[in-house]
Design a protein around this ligand. Structure first.
Ligand SMILES: C[S@@+](CC[C@H](N)C(=O)[O-])C[C@H]1O[C@@H](n2cnc3c(N)ncnc32)[C@H](O)[C@@H]1O
Length: 218
């Protein structure tokens, strides 16, 4: 994980951040439906519902799903890069009367934000697919370090074809390669008119590797 970045990489990160800030400054961003996706509802309320534990949401936006998870008994931490989104997520959690730790920071720099662990579940609803490629190894490393044994990552992402630029999108092959010590256990196409996918990964490494997943929650 090197922090030596080229000017082009820094430009890419700044451009992504500016675009996101513009979305939130201009009002309600197009993705902010306020509706929890059925794929997450199934994981929480379906026949094989998970036992509540610790969850970290990456790119939580205005907090709809962080609040939903807290209402379903999970201890929730949620992170977003954009402070306007974070403020709205905190307000939403307060209004709902649930306890959610909403952090403002970069999901690819979790050490800098002081995000504790371990987590039993990571949830990412179209955050990773917009992260510039040179930051994605650090995203994966941050989750791996904080994964409880057998932890699960549920991720929704747009395929590269859905974007008009060369740096965005996510594929099953990419996740399989990048997430060492994890197994891609399910890929379900989304219902959007452009290619989208629900990915489920499980942390497979059994032995303690010294990461936060080996110790009790901080
Ligand atoms: C497409 S939006 C989805 C927001 C939310 N998950 C939802 O569905 O309403 C992607 C979110 O990820 C956040 N994001 C993008 N890159 C991020 C990063 N590196 N670290 C943390 N959040 C990030 C954005 O600010 C934005 O809120």
């Amino acid at each position: 994980m090197s922090e030596t970045r080229t000017a082009a990489e820094l430009d890419q990160e700044a451009a992504v951040r500016r675009a996101l800030e513009d979305y939130y400054r201009d009002g309600k961003p197009p993705w902010d439906s306020g509706v929890t996706p059925p794929e997450l509802v199934a994981l929480m309320e379906g026949p094989d519902a998970l036992t509540p534990g610790h969850v970290l949401e990456l790119g939580c936006g205005t907090g709809t799903n962080a609040v939903y998870l807290a209402r379903h008994g999970w201890r929730v931490a949620a992170i977003d890069l954009i402070d306007r989104a974070v403020r709205q997520a905190r307000e939403k959690a307060d209004a709902a009367g649930v306890d959610v730790t909403v952090l403002c920071g970069d999901a690819t720099r979790l050490d800098e934000v002081g995000v504790p662990g371990p987590y039993d579940l990571f949830f990412d609803l179209s955050c990773y697919c917009g992260i510039p490629p040179h930051r994605r190894d650090d995203y994966a490393a941050g989750l791996t370090k904080r994964a409880a044994p057998g932890a699960r990552l549920l991720m929704f992402g747009y395929g590269p074809e859905a974007f008009g630029d060369p740096i965005s999108g996510v594929t099953a092959d990419e996740l399989s390669t990048r997430f060492a010590g994890w197994q891609l256990v399910d890929v379900t196409p989304g219902t959007n008119p452009v290619p989208t996918f629900w990915f489920t990964l499980r942390r497979t490494a059994a032995a303690c590797d010294g990461g936060m997943g080996c110790s009790s929650h901080g």
